[in-house]
Ligand binder design. Structure first.
Ligand code: PMP
Length: 358
């Protein structure tokens, strides 16, 4: 049998494992920060109708520039943004890959502050961009001075910030973004996949876009909108950034079905985003309950919580799985991450975490 090692694969990909959270059939799945609530009936119907309209025209390529969808996304974001400021792709993963294809690549570098989203270094690898592993403080925070010092040291072509940060849940002080923008020689990307779950008073980097043409904010419909299976991510930036992406995007990358489904979902955003408050309550409940049991927990502005297990996290991960609760081992020694979902899922997770159970 031919193995991967027998193939003339790029040297830097040798011995690597693909990104992959386990997709296991267990009663309580809290490992990929999805929205636990299924799409409501009225929205299912609307998406079905919108997709059905496209079916007869599937002999034709879709709108290459996804203009109607980008217009709807601009309307959702507000902040005075227009169609020209928006770009959409198959998840924010693809958006970030396109950004690195345009602004990173061979001979260029990218700085991220870990622990952060584990795909960021993998996207660097896939696009031939040199990954620079920046550091956060002991509490997973990042101060403007610390961030600027690392940017000055490395002079990266692209800086990736993540707010609220995955896997820690930590939101960034907007001063970090402004300080990094002032110090960075290249592009600054703020990954705001979890922005809708932020606690009140946590501003988005969207408000910094005017006057900052090297700033890009990436978002997704995978989390708050409960549209992970629909695969729709997007960015907001200066129109020149969108022009740059057009040079690297595959033609017709966003299918007519995806565009239609996403537009129907956006039209019903009130119904979809109604789950956000319930999820935030569960997030806060998990934080409070774990802390009450003496467990160290990172502050969270996202739909997940990072908690310390006081030992080997792989053992605790397996013990929770044995009780039917799948959480995420993000490879951070002594810590695990759990997604906040329905009240029943929180009950199951907290019961599995109870001292008598461990
Ligand atoms: N950014 C962050 C911080 C994430 O956690 C995720 C999903 N886990 C993504 C981006 C990518 O999500 P998607 O491709 O579904 O938009």
């Amino acid at each position: 049998m031919t193995s991967l090692d027998d193939l003339p694969i790029r040297d830097e990909l040798r011995g690597r494992r693909p990104y992959g959270a386990p997709q296991l059939e267990v009663p309580v799945r809290l490992n990929t920060n999805e929205n636990s609530y299924p799409v409501p009936d009225a929205v299912v119907e609307a998406i079905g109708k919108a997709v059905a309209v496209e079916l007869r025209d599937l002999n034709r390529y879709p709108d290459r520039d996804a203009v109607a969808l980008r217009t709807d996304l601009a309307d959702y974001l507000g902040h005075g943004l227009t169609t020209a400021n928006l770009w959409a792709a198959n998840g924010s993963n693809e958006i970030q890959q396109q950004l690195l294809q345009a602004f990173g690549g061979p001979g260029r570098s990218m700085l991220g502050f870990t622990p952060a989203y584990s795909m960021h270094p993998l996207l660097a690898l896939g696009t031939g961009t040199r990954w620079l592993d920046g550091r956060r403080g002991a509490d997973f925070g990042l101060t403007p001075a610390d961030a600027v010092a690392q940017v000055r040291q490395h002079q990266p072509d692209v800086v990736f910030l993540c707010s609220p940060n995955n896997p820690t849940g930590t939101a960034l002080d907007p001063e970090v973004v402004t300080a990094v923008l002032a110090a960075a020689p290249g592009m600054v990307v703020v990954d705001e996949a979890y922005a809708e779950f932020a606690r009140p008073g946590t501003p988005s980097a969207l408000s910094l876009l005017p006057g900052h043409p090297r700033l890009v904010v990436t978002r997704t419909m995978s989390k708050a909108f409960g549209f992970a299976g629909g695969r729709l991510g997007y960015l907001a930036a200066d129109p020149a950034v969108v022009d740059a992406i057009q040079l690297v995007r595959l033609p017709y990358h966003l299918s007519a079905l995806t565009q239609a489904a996403a537009r129907a979902a956006l039209a019903h955003r009130d119904a979809l985003l109604a789950t956000v408050e319930v999820i935030k309550e569960q997030r806060d409940r998990i934080v409070a309950e774990l802390r009450r049991n003496g467990i160290t927990v990172a502050d969270s502005d996202a739909n997940f919580v990072l908690f310390e297990v006081g030992g080997d996290q792989a053992t605790v991960w397996q013990a929770l799985l044995d009780r039917g609760v799948l959480v995420r081992d993000v490879g951070l020694a002594g810590w695990l991450r759990v997604t906040a979902g329905t009240p029943q899922e929180t009950d199951a997770f907290l019961a599995a975490m109870a001292p008598s159970e461990r």
